[in-house]
Design a binder for this molecule. Structure first.
Ligand code: C2E
Ligand code: MG
Ligand code: MG
Length: 563
């Protein structure tokens, strides 16, 4: 689709190969949008022969009817189009002697200059290079901004281009009629790309582009990346019927038939002065939040803005808050089922936020999981647990190993994995102080680096615990694929003790199976005596739950641990 076609390689004056500049335009594909002029210059008599003019040049009286030679062309551009600052300088800077000297030296002459247009000041580029004979030179005048503004694959605007064009356009729209910024994105596009290859992926993007255009009739459209499109759409076109037609699609060619969903986020424009990039991100946020129940279409509302800003504030506050000790570990003791003695504890993060009070992990961990910052929390928890236990040890006080929860993100972060391994190597008998929990769902998607990290910890004697076992798509192969030391039964099962025979049977057989593979079993979320009695009878090794202890502060934990 490119506008350039490669011609043969040429060697220039000094012997250097100007491979970057050896592209000549394929005139048949020239669009008025990017090229203002394409012409040949004869260095002997300075005459020019034109191949192409843009409408913009013609409208300003610059054409082969009015221009006789190169000097006249540059002078006319200066007089009629140049911005004030450059009216005097352009004829000198782009004079033919300068051009020829640059080409002798560097193989090419390139200068940017600025012109006034009805849409405002724009940057153009004059590029001249050697032609087919020694006296002939090829020249192009290109609108650089249009090239930057353009997505060459789909012929739509690029991200910058859309932002600029849409900002300008909404100023001239009567917003009382109703217009929206829409953000579209194919659900699970990556899966399609992985299964059918990039080429088919591109075809699906074209398909999406045409669906969006045909149904929504956007005034402007841009492609931001891969399958992500953004549009300026009259609200009249956002009918329920249209939105449903967009959502549920089938892509078909000779080989593939594939059902897919286009997700759409809508931001109603209220104010023509609102920043376009911000409006696009609100539409994207609405797209992000939509679910299958909403037919993958979501309209941005003020609650989304509030939630988003709250999360952004938390993200902004994280580093400060860690320094100010606002993020702290709580400890939930784990007891031996038979003796009720504390045998370990799970470290659970809390945020004692300076203005919002004590925050539970679900309020902030999801945001940090998205941006990778969660590893800072992992590090803080590792340090807290180790420092706490090492201090107690140094005082001759009782210690129990405390579990730190690893996030899926940690397994993609070599720095945190290294940090943990190095800290543990530096401590004698670190297994007396720390263990790690991995949830079943993050284990399921682990790649080699993550598995190796867990193996390395095990080689250092550290216990690895499989958390929330049975909560999701548990599979026996999880247990087969890694030698877990402890299995933690999900509280979903525990809460059904006494009411569901099936859950009870699953608990009994999981405990048996755990023991069969040499692992101990913890039951999580134990709240009643009846649950405890059942677990004792079923042979469960350890219990964690409100029946014994809720998560408590470090001071309270130190107290219950005793001497
Ligand atoms: P989890 O690792 O499964 O932790 C157990 C959760 O169950 C804790 O919630 C705990 O307070 C709660 N719980 C314990 N016993 C009972 C009970 O008897 N009844 C009920 N209803 N709940 C009980 P919490 O502290 O809100 O943590 C929620 C989740 O947040 C954790 O689930 C874990 O996935 C995550 N999390 C907490 N701290 C960290 C951390 O430092 N790092 C990472 N990566 N994740 C953490
Ligand atoms: Mg856990
Ligand atoms: Mg758990």
């Amino acid at each position: 689709m490119g506008i350039f076609s490669d011609s043969k390689e040429k060697t220039y004056g000094s012997g250097s190969t100007a491979s970057d500049y050896r592209k000549t335009p394929d005139i048949s594909t020239l669009s008025d949008s990017a090229f203002d002029a394409v012409f040949q210059i004869n260095a002997q008599d300075k005459s020019v022969q034109f191949f192409h003019y843009s409408d913009f040049f013609k409208k300003n009286g610059i054409s082969d009817l009015t221009i006789n030679d190169y000097d006249e062309l540059i002078q006319t551009i200066s007089d009629k189009l140049s911005v004030d600052d450059e009216k005097q300088t352009l004829p000198d800077q782009a004079g033919l002697s300068v051009v020829l000297s640059d080409i002798r030296r560097a193989g090419v002459f390139v200068r940017a200059f600025h012109v006034n247009t009805p849409e405002g000041k724009r940057t153009k580029s004059l590029r001249i290079y050697r032609g087919s004979s020694s006296d002939e030179f090829m020249a192009l005048i290109i609108d650089i901004e249009l090239i930057i503004d353009h997505d060459w694959m789909t012929d739509e605007y690029s991200s910058d281009g859309f932002t600029r064009a849409a900002s300008n356009m909404i100023k001239s729209l009567d917003l009382s009629i109703g217009y929206s910024i829409c953000y579209a994105n194919i659900q699970d596009f990556k899966d399609f790309n992985d299964s059918f290859g990039d080429k088919n992926g591109d075809l699906l993007i074209f398909n999406e582009q045409h669906v969006l255009k045909d149904i929504l009739h956007p005034l402007l459209m841009g492609r931001l990346e891969a399958d992500h499109f953004v549009m300026l759409v009259p609200d009249d076109n956002l009918t329920e019927e249209n939105l449903d037609r967009i959502t549920f699609r089938t892509y078909e060619d000779n080989v593939i038939e594939y059902d897919y969903n286009i997700r759409l986020g809508i931001y109603h424009i209220h104010d023509s002065n609102e920043n376009m990039s911000v409006m696009i991100s609100w539409a994207k946020l609405a797209e992000n939040k939509t679910s299958e129940e909403e037919h993958y279409t979501g309209v941005f509302d003020s609650k989304m803005r509030e939630d988003y800003l709250k999360t952004q504030n938390l993200i902004r506050d994280l580093d400060h808050s860690i320094k100010d000790n606002e993020l702290i570990p709580y400890y939930q003791p784990v007891v031996d089922t038979g003796t009720s003695q504390i045998v370990s504890a799970e470290a659970l993060v809390r945020w004692n936020h300076h203005s919002r009070g004590l925050l539970a992990p679900y309020k902030f961990l999801p945001a940090f999981s998205k941006n990778g910052e969660i590893s800072k929390i992992t590090r803080l928890m590792v340090d807290s647990v180790l420092d706490f236990n090492l201090w107690r040890k140094s005082q001759g006080l009782k210690t129990v190993p405390c579990d730190v929860n690893l996030s899926q993100i940690d397994f993609y972060n070599p720095a945190i994995m290294n940090y943990i391994v190095e800290r543990i190597k530096a401590i004698e008998n670190a297994n007396d102080y720390i263990k790690f929990e991995v949830t079943e769902s993050s284990f399921a998607v682990l790649e080699t680096e993550g598995i190796n990290f867990l193996k390395e910890l095990k080689d250092l004697g550290i216990d690895i615990l499989l958390d929330d076992y049975g909560s999701g798509m548990s599979s026996l192969s999880t247990l087969e694929s890694f030698d877990f030391d402890i299995i933690k039964l999900d509280m979903g099962f525990i809460h059904k003790i006494g009411t569901s025979r099936t859950s009870e049977a699953i608990i009994r057989s999981t405990i048996e199976m755990g023991h069969g593979i040499g692992a101990s079993v913890i039951a999580e979320g134990v709240e009643t005596k009846a649950q405890r009695d059942f677990l004792l009878d079923a042979g469960c090794d350890m219990i964690q739950g409100y029946l014994y202890y809720k998560p408590i502060t470090q001071e309270e934990f130190a107290k219950v641990l005793g001497k």
